[in-house]
Write a protein that binds this ligand. Structure first.
Ligand SMILES: NC(=O)C1=CN([C@@H]2O[C@H](COP(=O)(O)OP(=O)(O)OC[C@H]3O[C@@H](n4cnc5c(N)ncnc54)[C@H](OP(=O)(O)O)[C@@H]3O)[C@@H](O)[C@H]2O)C=CC1
Ligand SMILES: Nc1c(N[C@@H]2O[C@H](COP(=O)(O)O)[C@@H](O)[C@H]2O)[nH]c(=O)[nH]c1=O
Length: 352
């Protein structure tokens, strides 16, 4: 299960949980393994089975160890419970139960088909890995990624409102990869009126990605008829709304399961203050602005003990990475009831 959890951590956060799977032969040797790479791609179980098939491994009578109870529904991919039964796996050991209404029931389906099933092994670790995704699923709202591109001193625009560009091409392309995974991208009307953003997902060459998010402007001021965000593909929506919970509710009702907040400071701050940010991706450029728009406004933090504390997210290649000339940081909220750690695991400490 340790190995399966390590595999799960390679995945990408978004509409779906992080899941890893390992298939063992009756002697306990690893036959194959797999993990989930995000919504629309193979589930970890299917990935492990496909990898076994590709390497010619016989999984008949094998044991599958998986970090989440196998799903029992046909979503964008087929039910894993049936794939496991069809493959002839005779035992499944999973960590956390799948509590989502439409995917639950996999353990029962496996047991009914004669597969030996045990749940709960390292469930706490699996739940911790996906604690924000679980919360979003329970609250029936999208998983929310807040992205910002800021100067070294935390500014997202200079004093006069100019902000294009703070980060370099590679970091912006990386940000576009979040757009293409998200079902919707939100900016406030402030950003629409100052920046006139397109908000499409584009590759390094500036070409549109195949998968495009819904482009959403939040706020009461009208979005001009010729605003770039409107586009021509019909994937534009204005929500005359400030309340992040309402924005989430409205977008969830429209099928949005992964929401990206691109800013500006007012809208991003509102999501953070409402506790509706599940993931923070901050691109930090080696540039100083001294004054200007902060990354997040109106957090309601007046004294240090009220600070919004986060922890490093070591999944998907690590919490800190240079992307071109800029630093990409990825963080997640500290789970309720957990103390933030002073020194994140894996941090190299300078001696002396
Ligand atoms: N570097 C970066 O990553 C980014 C930089 N920017 C920069 O930031 C600046 C814009 O920042 P900002 O003005 O904060 O823009 P926002 O995009 O956050 O827009 C703020 C406006 O949105 C509406 N609104 C929506 N939700 C709320 C809410 N919960 N509370 C209050 N108002 C809400 C209000 O307008 P209304 O009156 O219409 O309702 C408000 O004035 C620009 O200079 C832009 O270039 C912007 C995005 C990213
Ligand atoms: N300035 C800034 C960003 N700004 C964000 O990108 C939007 C522009 O998107 P588009 O018109 O589609 O290219 C802009 O309105 C704001 O939300 N992003 C970054 O990665 N780095 C940057 O330096």
């Amino acid at each position: 299960m340790d190995l399966a959890l390590d595999l799960a951590r390679k995945g990408i956060r978004g509409a779906n949980p992080l899941v890893g799977a390992v298939i063992l032969d009756p002697a306990g040797a690893v036959l194959s393994s797999g993990f989930h790479r995000g919504a629309g791609t193979a589930h970890a179980e299917a990935d492990a089975l496909a990898n076994a098939a590709a390497s010619g491994a016989d999984v008949t009578g094998a044991t599958m160890v998986v970090t989440l109870e196998p799903c029992n529904h046909t979503g964008r991919t087929g039910p894993c419970s049936q794939a496991i039964i069809n493959a002839g796996i005779s035992r499944v050991i999973y960590a956390a139960a799948d509590s989502t209404a439409d995917a639950a029931g996999g353990a029962a389906a496996l047991a009914a088909a004669g597969v030996s099933v045990d749940g709960g092994l390292m469930a706490a670790e699996s739940t911790d890995l996906n604690h924000r995704w679980i919360r979003a699923a329970q609250e029936k709202r999208p998983f929310v990624t807040v992205k910002s591109a800021q100067s070294l001193d935390g500014r997202t625009a200079a004093e006069d409102g100019t902000s294009q560009w703070i980060t370099g091409t590679a970091a912006r392309t990386d940000g576009h990869s979040i757009r293409t995974r998200a079902d919707a991208v939100v900016v406030g009307t402030g950003t629409v009126l100052v920046d006139n953003p397109q908000l499409t997902a584009r590759n390094a060459a500036g070409e549109d990605a195949v998968q495009q998010p819904l482009r959403v402007a939040a706020g009461h001021r009208p979005v001009p008829d010729d605003a770039a965000i409107r586009g021509t593909d019909g994937r534009f929506l204005q929500l005359f709304e400030h309340d992040p919970a309402e924005i989430c509710r409205e977008l969830y009702a429209r099928g949005v399961r992964h929401l990206m907040i691109e800013g500006g400071a007012t809208v991003a701050g509102a999501f953070l203050r409402a506790g509706l940010a599940d993931e923070l991706v901050a691109y930090i450029a080696p540039v100083l602005l001294g004054a200007g728009t902060p990354a997040f406004a109106n957090l309601g933090v007046h004294t240090l003990s009220d600070a919004s504390r986060w922890r490093w997210d070591e999944t998907d290649g690590g919490a800190a990475r240079l992307v071109g000339a800029d630093l990409r940081l990825r963080l997640e909220p500290v789970p309720a009831g957990t103390q933030p750690v002073d020194v994140p695991a894996g941090t190299q400490q300078l001696e002396g």
